[in-house]
Design a protein around this ligand. Sequence first.
Ligand code: SF4
Ligand code: SF4
Length: 270
Amino acid sequence: MPAPPRGGFLFLRQSDMERLFERVEVLDKVKHKDLRWFCLGKDCPSSCCYLPVSTNIILDELVSLSRHFPLVFVHDGKGWSIHAIFKLSNDKSMPCVHLRPRTGCALGEEKPLACKQYPFFTMGLEMSDGKIYVVPKKSEKMAINMDLGCPGFSQTQGEPVLQDGVLNPYFEENFVAPARTLLNRWDEMRQFVDAVVSNELIRGGKFVYKDEEIPINYVDEVRLTALPRDTIIDFREKGYLRYIYAHLASLQNFIRLIKVKKGSPYTNGR
Ligand code: SF4
Ligand code: SF4
C-alpha cells in the first residue's frame, strides 16, 4: 500500500469526534425504558452541527454530497476514507456551513447519513441480554448506541425511545435506517478507496483561493488518464470514474467554506 502523500486535509482531529460522542451508551430495554428524545434545534446549548469538522461518507451519497461539500481523501494514520468537510476551523463557535438561523440544516434529506443517524449509531457486537439490536447483515448483530451527550435526551420530553420493549418505529425509520445503510454499504466504499489508493491516484496538494491555501488529498487527473486501458474500463464499469469526477468537482465547494470562514453569521440548531 503506498504511503500517504504529502499535503492532506489538516483539520481532521479525533478529539472533535470524541467530544461529540462523550457519553455513549448501548440502548438497553431496562435501563432506558423511560428515555425520551427530541431535537432542541435552535435552543440547543451544544448543537451537534458545531463540533465535527467533517464526516465519513459512503458511495451512495458521494454524488449528491459533492454538490454541497468538498469531498476529500483523508488518511487517519491507519487507512484512507473520504470525508465531507463541514467547516475550515476547529473553532466550536463556528458551525457547519449548511446550518441556517432558526430553520436548522439547509440540506434536508440530502444531509449526510452520519448526520441523519445522530444521536443514534450502531457499533460493535453485543451479546448480553437486554440490548436492542439491528441486523445489518446476516450473522451480524449490531448494538444500537446513543450519544447521551445530546441534550435532547431526557425522561420528560419528546418521543419515547422504546415502545413495549422495542425501538420506537420513529427512531427506527429516521435514525437507525441511515445507520444501517452506512454499515451495509461500507464495504463498497472501502473497495473504491482501495482501488484509488492501490493505483496511486491520490496526490497531496493545496486548494488555493485568494489568500487561503487548504491542504488536501485529491485524485490526480494526469495519473488517472495514464492508467492502463483495462483499469480505465474496469473503473468505468464499476462507476468509479463518476465518483472520481464528482469528488474533483466537489473541491470548488471549498470556496464557499472559505467565504463563510471569513465572516458569516451563525446560530444554534440542527
Ligand atoms: S440532535 Fe444536535 S441539535 Fe438536536 S438536541 Fe441533539 S445535539 Fe442538540
Ligand atoms: S445536520 Fe446539516 S447543518 Fe448539521 S452538520 Fe449535518 S449537514 Fe451540517
